[in-house]
Structure formats: structure tokens, C-alpha cells
Design a binder for this molecule. Structure first.
Ligand code: SF4
Length: 175
């Protein structure tokens, strides 16, 4: 999408000419913009948590932080009705196949946020029982640091994901 004015008028940066200008785009770009707009305003997160980070995820969903502002008040108990997985907590080796199965059952397009140090890297649990980052088993779009991250941190991660969707960059969901 771009803006076209009168090319004959020499303008300094930021100078206003009083011309309205014309916005040009293609139908395909416009449809992509509308689709991205819809996706960022109606994400349905999967209802599950793995450890202490999930408490902060619940707080983010509650009235004080209010994810309804982003059209996310519905957390779906079925992966078939969810398009966002927030991995909140450490992933044990025993739980890893379950997380992968849930991810595979989610609808396309789908996104993943690794919430907290444990989900992102294993955190303090540098041992054989914990997956050293959930990106070993599923593709991750956004990593949120912290142990645990505060709700503001998770919201920042969600806003970063929205930006990514608007730019059209996808995770490797075929992995
Ligand atoms: S990052 Fe901290 S708060 Fe989150 S699951 Fe790990 S130990 Fe718990």
C-alpha cells in the first residue's frame, strides 16, 4: 500500500501541501490486510497451563488486565476451536507428546507463544526430565522472558504476535 501525491511539488520531509493524496493497493493486499485484522482481533487461546506461569496467564485473562480488549476472552477447551497456544510453564518429557498432539489438532493458521523461561529454554530446570525449550517439539512465534513473566509481559508478547501477523510472517507450522 502506498500514497501518491503531486510529483511536481518539491516537499521538505514532514511538510504539508494541503493535497489529500491517493491511497493505492491491490485487491489481494486489501484482503490480506482484512484477514490479518480479523485474526489479531479474534484469537482464541487454548485453555491449558503446565506450571506456575499459568497462574500469571490466568491473571492476564482476569478483569484487571482483561484480554477481552483484544477479542481473546474465549479460551477454548478444544484444540480444534483454538488458534493460539500459550505454553505457560515447563514442559516435562512425559508431557511433550501431549503438547505436540494438541498443537497438531489446532486449526490453521495457528500461533504459539512460549511464556516464561521454562517454556522458552527449560529455565532453571537443566535436567533430563524437562524439555529445554518447547521449540524442540513445536514452532514458536514469540518468546516471553521472565520467571514468571508478569501479565504486562504476556500482553507485550501478544502485541508482538499481532505485529507479526500484520506483517504476514508465519511460524514454521508444518514442522
Ligand atoms: S518460568 Fe518460573 S514461574 Fe514459569 S514455570 Fe518456570 S519456574 Fe514456574
Amino acid at each position: 500500500m502506498g500514497t501518491v501525491g503531486n510529483p511536481m511539488i518539491a516537499m521538505a520531509p514532514g511538510q504539508k501541501t494541503g493535497e489529500l493524496g491517493v491511497a493505492v493497493t491491490t485487491l489481494e493486499e486489501a484482503l490480506e490486510w482484512v484477514a490479518a485484522w480479523g485474526r489479531t482481533r479474534a484469537m482464541w487461546p487454548l485453555l491449558f497451563g503446565l506450571a506456575c506461569c499459568a497462574i500469571e496467564m490466568m491473571a492476564t485473562q482476569a478483569s484487571h488486565y482483561d484480554l477481552s480488549r483484544f477479542g481473546m476472552e474465549i479460551m477454548r477447551a478444544s484444540p480444534r476451536q483454538a488458534d493460539l497456544m500459550i505454553v505457560a510453564g515447563r514442559v516435562s518429557r512425559k508431557m511433550a507428546p501431549v503438547v505436540r498432539r494438541l498443537y497438531d489438532q489446532m486449526t490453521e493458521p495457528k500461533w504459539v507463544i512460549a511464556m516464561g523461561d521454562c517454556a522458552s529454554t527449560g529455565g532453571v530446570f537443566n535436567n533430563y526430565a524437562i524439555v529445554q525449550g518447547v521449540d524442540e517439539i513445536i514452532p514458536v512465534d514469540v518468546y516471553v522472558s521472565g520467571c514468571p513473566p508478569r501479565p504486562e509481559g504476556l500482553i507485550e508478547g501478544i502485541l508482538l504476535l499481532h505485529e507479526k501477523i500484520r506483517k504476514g510472517t508465519r511460524s514454521g507450522s508444518s514442522r
